[in-house]
Design a binder for this molecule. Structure first.
Ligand code: SF4
Ligand code: FES
Length: 253
């Protein structure tokens, strides 16, 4: 395949950045999107052109590092697929592909297609964990969990923190991500002890970091590579309301 690539090039955070055009020939339809970018870089380096910087790690759809807007869609045209799991057979010979970084105020561009998504880590550090030492693994049925809750918690835990929900949202809202992390523990008995502080601290941190609010566009759900549903946002809002009601009377843990 021959592809015409329009790629965002930006030297550093301060640089204004601009689109650059490249033509890449002999791209295998079986190559992944990131392997296609590797091929481009292997051609740019001998020409003395700086290779295109982009984020990646596992290349197996599990780490959440790969973060590209491909023709205006986070992670490209295939539903529930990360950029690293997207294959060039989804494109046609002669296509023009526009490749840009995820754009959100809370995700500053570091270089080319790389963005700083450490804002997500700060939200997790604000409460997305259980702080007690849980000791050894218990018998699986020592704490009873309704099957439906276990399934929903597992679905929420599938979030890989990629940020596609933020990049797709016109408000750059992080509510799908945060609600997945809140729901994952709100649905399980082990998460109850710190539930009130968790949701309040994580939502406050999300707001402080400059993410926008949800206005029910559902673009986040449509772009999520892990199928996280916006019902989690409703659950987070209920948890927040509950916390606001009980936090005056419940001792801090
Ligand atoms: S909710 Fe989906 S799109 Fe958002 S960070 Fe998690 S996996 Fe990525
Ligand atoms: S590189 Fe890990 S999910 Fe894509």
């Amino acid at each position: 395949m021959t592809l015409h690539l329009k790629i965002w090039r930006q030297k550093n955070r301060e640089d204004k950045g601009q689109m650059a055009d490249y033509t890449l020939e002999n791209v295998s339809p079986d190559a992944s999107f990131l392997e296609m970018l590797d091929q481009l870089n292997e051609e740019l380096i001998p020409q003395g052109i700086e290779p295109v910087a982009f984020d990646h790690d596992c290349r197996e759809g599990i780490c959440g590092m790969c973060s590209l807007m491909i023709n205006g869609q986070a992670h490209g045209p295939e539903a529930e697929t990360t950029t690293c799991q997207l294959h060039m057979r989804k494109f046609s010979d002669g296509d023009t592909i526009v490749i840009e970084p995820f754009r959100a105020r809370a995700f500053p561009v570091e270089k080319d297609l790389m963005v700083d998504r450490s804002a997500f880590d700060e939200i997790i550090a604000a409460g997305g964990f259980i702080s007690v030492n849980t000791g050894n693994a218990q018998d699986a049925n020592a704490i009873l969990v309704p099957k439906e809750n276990a399934d929903l918690a597992m679905d929420a835990a599938a979030c890989i923190g990629c940020g596609a929900c933020v990049a797709s949202c016109k408000n750059a809202s992080a509510m799908l991500f945060v609600s997945a992390k809140v729901s994952q523990m709100a649905l399980l008995p082990q998460g109850q002890a710190e539930a009130s502080q968790r949701v309040q601290n994580m939502v406050k941190k999300m707001d402080d970091l400059g993410f926008g609010n949800c206005t029910n566009e559902a673009e986040c759900e449509a772009s999520c590579p892990k199928g996280i549903e916006i019902t989690n946002i409703a659950r987070m809002n209920r948890e927040l309301l509950k916390a606001a009601v009980v936090s005056q009377t419940t001792p801090k843990v």
